[in-house]
Design a protein around this ligand. Sequence first.
Ligand code: KG4
Ligand code: ZN
Length: 351
Amino acid sequence: MSTPLVLGIETSCDETGVGLVSEGRLLGDALASSMDEHARFGGVVPEVAARAHLEAMAPMVRTALRRAEVDLADVTAVAVTAGPGLSPALQVGLAAGKAYALAAGVPLYAVHHLAGHAAVDVLDHGPLPPRCVALIVSGGHTSLLSVGDLARDEVVHLGDTVDDAAGEAFDKVARLIGLPYPGGPAIDRAAREGDPHAIAFPRPLTGPSDPPWTFSFSGLKTAVARWVERQDGPLPVPDIAASFQEAVADTLARKAVAACADQGADTLLMVGGVAANSRVRGLVEERCAAAGITLRVPPIRLCTDNGAMVAALGDLLVRADVEPDPLDVAADPRARLTGALLHGTRPVAVG
Ligand code: KG4
Ligand code: ZN
């Protein structure tokens, strides 16, 4: 039998990502972004993203194959993000994934984007423990989860955000204070020059009678907006950025550490675009160390959307002998995370 080699394709937002993973090892990847084309609109325009995916797809696949020093004929399975995400953008990646699977004569896995964010950590830090708490903090989602075997088990939601996601709050606050899209990296940079204690922004839903695993970032964003409205002179952008970032980091750290204690989990897995934030990484690391919790966070470049994460998840599915999807599998832009496969966990293939 040939060595397993999974081609992963990611197009849920503005990143065209391709990765090649074999038995937990990233052999090569490639990433194109249409971010600059969206900057003047202050957010991603789905049709513009879809067109950019169409143009970047074949070059990115070729680049990833070249970097990995393999051919398409060596690929033994294709994994592609089928949701959640922007519908026109997802359609391009899913169609490409089907075409490559058909051309190579290999199985196709239509995977959940957020499970991919979690799976990517395996590439640098090895297999996940039998069970851990995962904090997913991305542009569209913020969730605390109980995660077992990512390929086979159902993911249990401990809590989600009731309004804005953490990344969305970064993007909206950046806009409020005149920083460019995407807001997360811009706030991270501006905050380096600021005082995180300059302004006391709220830590949402951290009171004793609040739901402990639920998030809400829209009130925090409004608190920043109100504070900005009250200023007459030039805005102290670094102080606002640092104080807002501190409020998010503190809120995430408190809830995640408390969830680990509640679940009896000794490992916290923190993933998604906001896990690239320097203060979020620093503070969560500090609080985990104090509580005796092992923190796993992917390297910064693999926190934001990429193809390696989809290939890493596909590789876990292949190695767990999970039944692949039919070639007419559909995308679902609003899919809730229940497990690795977009259309739910399926029994392991027999024979
Ligand atoms: O996971 P991701 O790449 O895409 C989604 O699945 O949504 O996350 C993108 C989000 C954006 O909101 C972006 O502003 C945020 O992650 N982000 C950051 C940083 N880098 C990206 N937020 C805070 N600090 C960063 N360094
Ligand atoms: Zn993402």
